[in-house]
Each structure stands twice: as structure tokens, then as C-alpha cells.
Design a protein around this ligand. Sequence first.
Ligand code: 6PG
Length: 471
Amino acid sequence: MKNVECEIGMIGLGVMGINMVLNFTDHGFSAAGFDKDKAKVGALNKAAEDRKAFGAGSLDEFIKLLKKPRKVMMLVPAGAPVDAVIDELLPYLDPGDMIIDGGNSHFTDTNKRFKELGEKGIHFLGVGISGGESGARFGPSMMPGGPEEAYELVRPIFEAASAKYKNENCVTYLGPGSAGHYVKMVHNGIEYGLMQLISESYDLMKRGFGLSNEQLQKVFSEWNKKELQSFLIEITADIFAKKDDTTGGSLIDKILDEAKQKGTGKWTSEDAMEIQVPLPTIDAAVSMRDMSAYKTEREKASEILYGPDTKIEEDNQPFIKQLESALYFSMVTTYAQGMAMLRSASKEYNYNINLKDVAKIWRGGCIIRAALLEDIRSAFEKNPDLPNLLVDPSLSKQILNRQEDVRAIIKTAVECGIPVPAFAASIGYFDSYRSAWLPANLVQAQRDYFGAHTYERIDEKGTFHTQWNHV
Ligand code: 6PG
């Protein structure tokens, strides 16, 4: 191994790390790998076969395998492990070397690391990577942020390794500092919203209509052939077909209804509140993951509280068509919320993010890839200043025609007592965004009444305060 000079190194050889290394080397690049777990290093050396992939037994050995300026990527859990790796690496690095964090780090941590490493002359890239295990192995969507000149040094490797959508790379430079990790965070917020909408559709068909898993599998695979075509719909169809090895029944029915979360959806909602961007579908999705975790309380409550418990009486075929249309409407509004957040965040944090590029690199490889993203890309190509996807002439035409379907679905769900908070949030977003007037005048009057917070008038400039009562 003495004369090896690897173009990139990877710290963290978990399933994502090892797969990324194999992916890089599939494209002719040489890569070194290091993990404290010797078994993982051994696994890389075994999997390497005749590829230029080299697992190192120590950090010292790993560093010696790297060509200068060194490019060290890490795929370790977000938070303290990232800082621990940086601290261990630093004594081995020289100014001009580069550290790349490919995990789901919080963007504020990325900003801090970017600043601290920059002071030491070390380049730092924060790169969102989406697509799970198979994405890492065969082509993920990659969302890099940081100094553009540093990105240029790894661009050929990333472009080769990224997913392709009709021969176009699903990676592009997104902006300075934490831009890449911010875009990945919003990607995950959208992911939460879409997953919740799909789960509500499942609930309506299962509890509302009593559809079997076999029938659900058929519905989702039919949906995946048309405008809803997307990775999440595709895997949902697969899930309903999967049998449990132990019981032979459907695996889905054996899975506990408590959804876990690593935090990226919550971070999206938190920062949306911070920069004052409305994100109701994503907020609802985060809340519903929290609600799902109250399993024991829900079980007890179900013995005390009752609701309509009605089945849907209508013919199920027209209803399923309506649901398909309502889901499409709500998916569009979810992407619209995420994109509107990126637009505001780009201004707030000086990222200068190009939304067309974001849509472009999300068309392949990532969890939220969907046929719809090509329409979204084209909307931002036609009008880079589009304030919201809902007012794009072509998308607005598509959703205006479907609003009656969403309203009908929600009405039925409420009558049957089936919770559809993400569908309700989506139509609520649409109805409020299209309202030239909202009842916020009353909120202002109340604030002024109890706290003298003042209000503005529609017919006169200035701020006003009224003595509302005479006590
Ligand atoms: C991706 C996924 C990935 C991960 C999520 C899961 O884009 O590949 O988003 O990053 O699966 O972080 O998030 P939760 O554990 O919060 O559901």
C-alpha cells in the first residue's frame, strides 16, 4: 500500500460510508477508509476486490494513504461524533486540506465548524446526501455547500458518484457555508410531509374502506404509474406486498404504530418558525410523529373517547380517484412550502440558492424524487423569482382543478373520524395563501386591546393605539 495516493478518504465505514467508498471507486477514483471498528475496515478491504479502495487500520495509516491536499469525507452520526472526528483529525491535517461532512448535521453546527476550520486554513464542506444505503452505493442526490473553490476540488468525484436523471448529475454546488446542509434539512422536512400524506391516504383506504393490503399494493402501484410517480409511492406499494417471515401474514400489520425521528423534520419546522415561514403540512407531519409516540395514552383514550367510527359508504373507485388527485394537490403544496422556505432562508442566511438547481438535483437519487420535480424545475427555470410554486401558471392550473377533491376527501375523513391533519394543513395553506384578506386584523385589535401593541390602518399611514374599553 506504500505508494498509494488516494484521491479521497472516508471516516465512518457504516453502511453509508462503505457504500460511498465503493461508489467512488466504481468510477475509477481511489479511496481510503477508516473506522475505529476494525471489523468495518476489514469489511471494506474484503468488499474492495480489485477496486482502488483501501481500509486503514489506524488514523495515521489512513492519512498517509491520502494525496495532498487531502480530502477527508466523514459519514458519522450528526452532533458530537462529527466534532470528535474533527478533533482527532486536525493534528494530522495541513492548511489547504479539506474536511467534508456528509451527514445530516444541523446547519448551525456546520456554520460553527466552517468558521473554526476556516481560521485554521482547512476547507470545510457540508454536504447533504440523500438516498439511503442503495443511493450511497449506486448514486445519491448530493447537496454540497461551502467555499466554491473547495467544491471544485471534489466536483469530479461527486459528479461521477451522484445519481443521474436523464444523464444529468444529481449534484451541484448550492451555496456558501451551511447552504448544503440547510437544503438537505428542508429536503427531509418535505420527506416528512409526503410520508404523512401517504400514511393518511393509507388510513382512509384501510379504516375508511376496509381495503386489504393486497388491494392497497395495487392502488399504490397504479398511482406510481401516473402523475404521483415517486420513490415514496413506489416503496409504499412494495411495503404492502411484503410478508412477515415469522407469521406469514403482511409485515405492515406487525409493525408498531410509533414513528421515530432523528430530528431533521423538527429542525425544519423550528427554523421555519425562526425565519417566519409558514410550513403547516410539515409541522403537521412532525406533530403526528409525536402523536404516534403516545401509544399507551392513545390506547387508554380510545376506551374513553369515541367518534363516528363510520365506514365510507360510497363506491370505492371514484373515491380512490379523488384521493389520488387530493394527494397530488397536497404533494404540490408540500414542495411549495419547502421551496418557499428555501427562498426565504437563502435571503436570511445569504446562501444565494438557485431553486431551479435544487429541484434539478432532487429529480434522482433522493428520497423525495418524484416526476413532479421536473415540473418544479421547469417552473423555476421559467421564472427564477417565482415567490411560490402555487402561482406558477402551469402548476396552479393543475391544483386549481383538484381542490374540490381535497375538500371532499377531508369532509369524508372528518365524517368518518379519520385524522387527516396533513391534508387539512395543505388545503389550509392553499386557502390562506390565496386569500387577499385574512382575519389577522382581529388579532391585531386583540393585541392592541390587551397589550397596547398598536396596529396599522388600511386607510392611513402610521401606527395607532386605541383605548378599547374605559375601565
Ligand atoms: C435521506 C433520508 C435520510 C434518513 C432520514 C430519516 O434523505 O436519505 O432523509 O437522511 O433516512 O434522516 O429521518 P428520520 O429518522 O428523522 O425519519
